[in-house]
Write a protein that binds this ligand. Structure first.
Ligand code: ADP
Ligand code: MG
Length: 345
């Protein structure tokens, strides 16, 4: 963060909104009217509009003692875009609503908006509005993402069928272990502020927590290879818990093979160092923002030998068989869904 500390009051509400948003240009054809009127206008030309919103509260969802504001801005956008991709839709616009206490300076909000802009540029979405208000406590940020898809392309959570393959993109558990590392360094710092954080050797894990990406590439890949998932969700609460949503909504069970669950070596080793079971970390750690989806057997063959990090981790079975994890030793255990909040002791 820069050294200057210009009070928000020096700009006033309208001056601040203009200051924060004037570098944003609209790129989407569907954006008819962006910032500056009573409402934004979007024309998706007969496509279905997909809409998702999230509210993030300081001290509950983020900790500014280790989350740089630029990363917070980026991540706040990413988690919403991830929800739009999880519908097999393309995000096109976002709005940002802020409640800010006067502890924040203009420069601090510039950092936040630099992260928001970076996400907008990376994912090609337009910032088309928002709201700005004062807060007596910390910072709250709400992002709404809008996207579009053809009706026939939309993928819901409830479409999984017996015999479908369960797939997940990327690697799991890293964001959770990254958070543990950040928390540990914070404790060390609070006890002895002279200690410098030892995070350089953990770039991957810390990056998974502080700078997640939404899997736009997976959606593009599914389209290019004509794969239509039967159900999809993004992994925000943890694999077990999100898979449970898919199974409940479709009235089916699942078999997950422990040996197939993708875990990065760094996640694996660091979990052991924290005395955690790596597979539990991958099943229950949240915030990976990978895509979890099911495909019919005819689509599964299209996944073979492709240059993308999608792993088949199990199968959808009859509801009566339950939700099971098949361990490396071939034992069956019931999958327990601990959302990552309750997982955090
Ligand atoms: P209203 O009085 O209708 O709520 P505002 O004065 O709050 O309008 O906002 C003016 C314009 O600026 C609107 O287009 C609104 O969507 C946009 N806007 C307000 N706050 C933000 C923000 N934090 N980020 C982006 N756009 C914003
Ligand atoms: Mg307003």
């Amino acid at each position: 963060m820069s050294e200057k500390h210009t009070p928000l009051s020096s700009l006033g509400e309208f001056g601040l909104i203009d200051h924060l948003t004037n570098s944003f240009e609209t790129k989407q054809q569907s954006t008819i009217k962006g910032i500056g009127d009573d409402a934004a206008v979007i024309n998706h030309e007969g496509m279905c509009t997909v809409l998702s919103t999230d509210l993030l509260i300081e001290g509950v969802h983020f900790d500014l003692s280790f989350m740089p504001l630029k990363h917070l801005g980026y991540k706040a956008v990413i988690v919403n875009l991830s929800d739009i991709y999880a519908m097999n839709a393309s995000p096109s616009q976002i709005t940002i609503s802020l409640a800010i206490s006067n502890r924040f300076s203009v420069e601090a909000l510039d950092e936040l908006y630099a992260g928001i802009k970076h996400a907008c540029d990376t994912y090609g979405v337009d910032l088309v509005g928002g709201d700005t208000t004062s807060s007596s406590t910390g910072l709250s940020i709400s992002v709404t993402a809008v996207g579009a898809a053809k009706k026939k392309d939309l993928v819901y959570r409830n479409g999984a069928k017996e015999g479908d393959f369960i797939c997940v993109s990327g690697e799991l558990g890293g964001a959770y272990i990254g958070l543990q590392l950040l928390n540990r360094e914070k404790e060390v710092f609070l006890e002895n502020p002279k200690m410098q954080p030892k995070l350089d050797e953990h770039k991957y894990l810390v990056g998974r927590q502080l700078k997640p990406e939404a899997r736009k590439d997976v959606i593009a890949y599914l389209r290019d290879f004509d794969i239509h998932p039967t159900a999809m969700i993004d992994v925000s609460d943890g694999l077990s818990s999100d898979l449970m949503h898919l199974c409940r909504q479709a009235d089916v069970g699942c078999h997950v093979y422990e040996a197939n669950v993708p875990i990065n070596n760094e996640t694996y080793n660091q979990a052991l160092e924290f005395n955690m079971d790596p597979i539990t970390t991958a099943l229950s750690g949240g915030e990976d923002y990978e895509l979890l989806f099911t495909v019919s057997p005819s689509d599964e063959s299209k996944l073979n030998g492709q240059e993308i990090d999608i792993t088949v981790i199990g199968k959808i079975v009859a509801k009566e068989e339950g939700l099971m994890l098949q361990t490396r030793a071939n034992h069956l255990h019931e999958l327990v869904a601990q959302g990552w909040n309750s997982f955090q002791k």
